[in-house]
Design a protein around this ligand. Structure first.
Ligand code: FBP
Length: 252
């Protein structure tokens, strides 16, 4: 078993995600946060993150060689936002070997559970997981219900719990899941994940009270933490909001 503790502090995990330029394009960015160095500075100045997510290019050009940053989680697959209305599929772009060369502690991969293409992604992730474990790397799966078979049910208790169970069955060390909206239903999601640790995705920028309320809710339900992007680096005080999220994640 790989040591997941390398991505944790006091048994909790707080991950800063910055692959949205790939997934969504520049629409998420402003003059400041379009610059990957701005994100590295949030990680440095806040000091609260236990991992940071990049695709290969940014990892190579901005992260590699730096010594004062959280452990690297290299995202191995990705898709663009040009295919709206189609069944979602995201395939491998970067190898586990390359991730290891770039100094990654973990590899990340998205599976769209419920998509017509889920089988392709499950197969790829299953192989990646084995490869990562052989090299001592942690495997993190972004488990996102999406596609025509789960339309309208992307955050429903039973569908998200099913996705969590698949993460366990596939061998993921950590599963990044959408929040179902209340601690009771999310408790069932966490139970289904078994020994696979659950972190929750951030999503669109929300007001502080809603965000921190949600974080409190899923931590109470047994999540080990959060992987957050836009709610931090789109905030006017990115370091400040990072610290507030951390207080809830590490404090609960
Ligand atoms: P956010 O906190 O910004 O939602 O980031 C989490 C994340 O999983 C990113 O890693 C990824 O780029 C993005 O969400 C995907 O969002 P979606 O599939 O909902 O468009």
């Amino acid at each position: 078993m790989v040591d997941v503790g390398r991505l944790m502090r006091n048994g909790k995990m707080l991950i800063l995600a910055y692959d949205q330029g790939f997934e969504h394009g520049p629409t998420d960015f402003n003059e400041e946060n379009v610059d990957p160095d701005f994100i590295l500075d949030i990680a440095r100045k806040s000091g609260v993150y236990t991992g940071i997510v990049f695709q290969e290019g940014i990892a190579e050009k901005y992260y590699a060689g730096e010594t004062d940053l959280p452990p690297l989680i290299l995202k191995l697959n990705g898709k663009t936002s040009f295919h709206k209305g189609e069944e979602p599929v995201s395939l491998q772009l970067c190898s586990v070997d390359r991730a290891a060369e770039l100094g990654a502690t973990a590899v990340g991969y998205t599976i769209y559970v419920g998509s017509e293409h889920e089988e392709e992604m499950m197969k790829e992730f299953s192989r990646i997981c084995d490869e990562a474990h052989k090299k001592g790397l942690i495997s993190i799966v972004w488990m996102y219900p999406r596609g025509k078979h789960v339309e309208g049910k992307e955050t429903s208790r039973d569908v998200v719990a099913y996705a969590a169970r698949l993460a366990l069955e596939l061998g993921a060390d950590v599963a990044k899941m959408p929040y179902t909206g209340d601690p009771e239903s999310f408790g069932w999601v966490v139970k289904n994940a078994g020994k696979t640790l659950v972190v929750v995705q951030g999503g669109l920028k929300k007001d502080e009270e809603t965000l921190l309320g949600e974080v409190g809710g899923f931590m109470k339900a047994g999540a080990v933490g959060m992987a957050v992007g836009r709610n931090v680096w789109q905030d006017a005080d990115a370091v400040g909001i990072s610290k507030k999220i951390a207080e809830v994640v590490y404090g609960v």
